[in-house]
Design a protein around this ligand. Structure first.
Ligand SMILES: Cc1cc2nc3c(=O)[nH]c(=O)nc-3n(C[C@H](O)[C@H](O)[C@H](O)COP(=O)(O)OP(=O)(O)OC[C@H]3O[C@@H](n4cnc5c(N)ncnc54)[C@H](O)[C@@H]3O)c2cc1C
Length: 330
């Protein structure tokens, strides 16, 4: 008999899981507080993953600039696409249109209820981020990371589509990322026309519990970069297969915990959390030194850009940067 599944939260993980189950004739109900997905994002995914429901690519990124306290430190250029900018809202809302959506207060009984509410239970440490889509004559195809050692976090400037940039900010010590972002845009893009401005939290710490959860609700976001689309989508793929096989909650969790892809993501996230904790305890001069050292290594930058700062990932980057990479230190 087909199971009846309720999913709380129709973002990346909830919508993808709902779509996959519905395509196999499961009874699925998605519960969300908003009729359409509109959460802000950098919309970036490293070009190492394709979801089972394809997304549209808006832009391809090959060049990256790293800045520290206002100074450029290094630039890396690839001959192949390293990151893609996806149309995340279109992708998610297309998947959501395929399933029944109800308000959370109308929740009914299901064989399984999966929590895919992203960071919104707020049972973990989060960083408050704001991002703007701007139109500017200073458009460039380079993705910029700008670190400020006074804070833990960064400003980003990512191409969004031709002529438009996705500019954002998120810092652990400063909740008002909107004000910092406004100052950053004024200084760097004085001609900017702000087309859209929104804020949302990103998980940094581990959630209190992870059972029957997927995506960011399960803590699957990389704390040093904020990358959460790929891990959330992978967790939805794994959850879909687990739901096909599991007859109860314990079996579901066992199947989730056994999955090798999820285990590797969790290890990589744990490494990033340990590095973040070290960074937060460091003095300002040590932070500067640490960041400069990282930014001057093309291998570590390469691993960071794909969130694989684990031994296997660093080894892959060591091999990967040998061909087709142009690296410049300032
Ligand atoms: C500003 C910003 C920039 C980011 N940039 C990137 C990036 O460039 N690349 C990347 O990979 N990741 C990025 N992330 C992280 C990424 O957006 C998330 O990790 C990812 O969307 C998490 O997917 P999810 O399915 O877990 O949850 P979400 O996509 O967060 O979806 C959660 C859903 O739950 C719903 N919800 C909330 N409360 C309730 C409730 N009580 N009941 C029911 N539903 C509820 C919400 O409405 C939403 O639809 C960014 C995040 C932010 C905030």
């Amino acid at each position: 008999m087909r199971k009846d599944v309720g999913i709380a939260g129709g973002g990346v993980s909830g919508s993808l899981l709902a779509y996959q189950l519905r395509a196999k004739d499961y009874e699925v109900t998605l519960y969300d507080i908003v009729p359409k997905y509109s959460k802000p994002c950098g919309d970036i995914v490293p070009k190492v993953y394709e979801p089972p429901v394809p997304w549209q690519e808006k832009f391809r990124i090959k060049r990256f600039l790293f800045k520290l306290d206002g100074r450029p430190i290094s630039e890396i250029s690839y001959s192949r696409t390293k990151w893609v900018v996806i149309d995340k809202w279109e992708w998610i809302n297309r998947m959501r249109a395929y399933v029944r959506i109800e308000r959370p207060e109308h929740v009914k009984r299901h064989d399984f209820i999966i929590d895919a509410k992203g960071p919104y239970d707020m049972d973990r440490e989060v960083v408050y981020t704001t991002r703007a889509i701007i139109k500017t004559n200073r458009f460039s195809d380079v993705a910029v990371f700008e670190f400020d050692t006074k804070y833990t976090g960064f400003y980003w400037v990512f191409p969004s589509e031709e002529g438009k940039l996705n500019v954002g900010a998120g810092f652990l010590e400063e909740k008002n990322s909107r004000a910092l972002l406004a100052g950053y845009i004024k200084e760097n893009f004085p001609d900017a026309e702000i087309l859209d401005l929104r804020g949302a939290p990103i998980s940094i710490g581990a959630p209190k519990r992870k059972d029957l959860r997927i995506g960011e609700a399960r803590g699957l976001v990389y704390p040093l970069s904020g990358e959460g689309i790929r891990p959330s989508a992978i967790s939805a793929e794994v959850a879909y297969r687990a739901l096909e096989r599991a007859s109860n909650k314990d079996e579901f969790e066992e199947l989730m915990n056994q999955d090798r892809r999820l285990r590797r993501i969790e290890t990589q996230i744990a490494v990033q959390r340990a590095l973040l904790s070290l960074y937060r305890k460091s003095s300002l001069p040590s932070r500067r030194k640490l960041l400069e050292t990282l930014m001057k290594s093309e291998v570590l930058i390469d691993a960071y850009l794909e969130d694989k700062v684990d031994p296997q990932g660093i080894l892959e980057s060591l091999k990967g940067v040998k061909d087709g990479v142009d690296f410049r230190k300032f």
